[in-house]
Design a binder for this molecule. Structure first.
Ligand SMILES: [Fe+2]
Ligand SMILES: [Fe+2]
Length: 130
């Protein structure tokens, strides 16, 4: 089965070492989730949610520290995705994996592509330009 997210995609290298390593970890977690089911999926999904919380918290800290002008828009987008993930995590905990699996396969790759190449790219460029 092909990987959901191409880890070698140059567009995902934003030139901010902290963001780039976090995104590489995110890509690995998403790709490995697509290969597993049952308890392994539940564990992996919990890991993805926890990792995403840390990922978004660190980006918010960078936005605050660098006076990023689009902080509200970017954080709002993070919160929207995190709310979806937390809702799906509750379903997974009740034994319903179907929607979480569909979200990982059908929503996350496209969301990550758009988010990394727009909002995250803007943040990395803003920090570089300071
Ligand atoms: Fe990010
Ligand atoms: Fe972001």
């Amino acid at each position: 089965m092909p990987l959901l997210i191409n880890p070698d995609e140059d567009l995902y290298r934003l030139g901010n070492p902290d963001m780039d390593s976090t995104h590489a970890e995110f890509i690995t977690l998403v790709n490995s989730l697509s290969q597993v089911t049952g308890d392994d999926f539940c564990k992996g999904f919990d890991e993805l949610v926890a990792h995403t919380q840390g990922h978004f918290d660190r980006e918010k800290d960078m936005m605050t520290a660098s006076d990023f002008p689009a902080l509200n828009e970017h954080v709002g987008e993070h919160n929207r995705v995190l709310a979806d993930l937390l809702q799906l995590q509750r379903r997974v905990q009740r034994g319903n994996l179907m929607m979480a699996k569909a979200f990982v396969k059908e929503q996350i790759p496209g969301w990550f592509h758009l988010h990394a190449t727009t909002m995250d790219s803007a943040l990395a460029n803003h920090i570089k330009g300071r």
